[in-house]
Ligand binder design. Structure first.
Ligand SMILES: Cc1cc2nc3c(=O)[nH]c(=O)nc-3n(C[C@H](O)[C@H](O)[C@H](O)COP(=O)(O)OP(=O)(O)OC[C@H]3O[C@@H](n4cnc5c(N)ncnc54)[C@H](O)[C@@H]3O)c2cc1C
Length: 383
């Protein structure tokens, strides 16, 4: 079998490149993925209870990039969403990320932005250049909020003290002194109206006869049987190089689903504050209680109208054989291993490494799409 391009991985990185190469260059691609579906980690599906869930954890699409928004809009209509979450600790649900509402819950009375700002100023620890996640949050919010919302969550998530974790990990979550309850700050926040799986089907369909798909297939098992002029690899670089320079560390996750029908929901609806729901918002973090980090109820954001619901508890796991590599580990040690693979990859002329695994970086979806579009523009110039 001969192709112009073989693309390993049918996530956003692989699919954007397949679509561009097929439609703009009229070249033939083979897309290979070990999973039984396209879409990578952003895949969604209807579960056994008929509820649309995000299979590999909640995927909140958001972007500040007009280019990414308009590229994806060729393949989907949008459902605008305001992503709101809560954090559960000390027996109650708190507004999170921390804002003026959280502060009022904490002091037990109404307050003002000015009062909260001066409280923060008094409680923050002066650290000029925070070198890790603990120092960053202590410098932004002080020890009390660090203990309530950050420390336990980070330890559970990474099995590592926040002191050993890069500052940008906890720094991704903003601390606000107004009443904005939004989880994220990007200009455009929306989900594909009919689900990510329909968006991905539309991308593949756009490729027409120029793209073949091999699902449930390990690249390793077919690489001596399929040939191409150029390989696009969106998997882990250590795996590609057969772990020659060591194993890249990852964190993995276990997802435990539980569905409820209308009768079972009866008692929870008061807590959720909405009929047909189990919890108050799409995501509730559990920084200090239980073994899971969060519970996700996607029905809050998909717009699905039904009287059943599904919640998913997320348990961080060590990454061992058979587990999925979800999160690159944000430590200096891991970055040093990656840099060695990056050097090797830089010598390749007929292989492009792109995507979240290949670049060993926590990229949001919009960033991966942007990088894939840039990569395509570079390739187009070379052909
Ligand atoms: C729990 C979780 C929550 C997230 N939430 C958000 C969010 O809210 N918002 C957001 O913007 N982003 C979120 N992300 C990030 C988002 O998942 C990624 O940005 C996006 O999936 C990256 O696309 P990708 O194509 O690079 O990788 P992936 O989606 O991981 O796709 C890579 C594909 O390659 C396949 N593959 C790898 N190696 C091989 C091989 N050797 N042979 C065959 N197949 C192979 C894999 O099976 C996989 O399907 C989240 C990620 C996780 C893990």
């Amino acid at each position: 079998m001969n192709y112009d391009f073989i693309i390993v991985g049918a996530g956003f990185a692989g699919l954007v490149l397949a679509e561009r190469i097929s439609t703009q260059l009229d070249k033939k691609c083979l897309i290979i993925d070990r999973r039984s579906h396209i879409g990578g980690n952003a895949h969604d599906e209807y579960d056994d209870a008929g509820v649309l869930i995000h299979t590999y954890g909640p995927h909140y699409f958001r972007t500040d990039s007009e280019r990414v928004q308009s590229y994806l809009s060729q393949f989907t209509e949008w459902l605008p969403v305001n992503y709101e979450i809560r954090s559960y600790t000390r027996g109650q649900y708190w507004n999170f990320p921390i804002n003026l509402n959280t502060f009022e819950q904490y002091i037990g009375r109404a307050s003002t932005r000015e009062e909260f700002e001066s409280w923060l100023d008094e409680h923050r620890i002066r650290i000029d250049r925070p070198a890790n996640s603990e120092e960053l949050i202590l410098a932004m919010a002080g020890p009390e909020f660090y203990e309530m919302f950050y420390r336990g969550y980070t330890v559970k998530q990474w099995r590592e003290d926040p002191r050993n974790i890069d500052p940008e990990v906890c720094g991704r979550i903003s601390i606000r002194t107004d009443r904005n309850n939004g989880y994220v700050s990007e200009r455009f926040q929306a989900l594909p109206r009919d689900g990510y799986h329909v968006l991905f089907d539309n991308m593949i369909n756009a490729c027409g006869g120029n793209a073949d798909l091999m699902l449930g297939t390990e690249y390793e098992d077919v690489k001596s049987k399929v040939f191409c002029k150029h390989l696009i690899y969106t998997g882990s670089p250590d795996e590609y190089y057969e772990f020659a320079l060591g194993k890249l560390p990852y964190r993995s996750l276990r997802f435990a689903r539980q569905s409820f029908d209308a009768n079972e929901l009866f008692e929870r609806e008061a807590i959720a504050g909405k009929k047909g729901f189990w919890q108050p918002t799409v995501q509730v973090n559990y920084p200090n209680d239980n073994d899971f980090t969060r519970i996700v109820e996607t029905k809050h954001i998909t717009g699905q109208q039904c009287d059943v619901t599904t919640i998913v508890r997320e348990y961080p796991q060590d990454y061992s054989d058979g587990a999925e590599p979800y999160y690159p580990v944000p430590t200096g040690e891991a970055a040093a291993i990656y840099r060695k693979y990056e050097e090797l990859a830089g010598l390749e002329r007929r292989v492009t490494f792109i995507g979240r695994l290949a670049n060993y970086k926590y990229y949001n979806m919009d960033r991966v799409i942007e990088k894939a579009l840039d990569c395509f523009e570079r390739m187009r110039k070379m052909i």
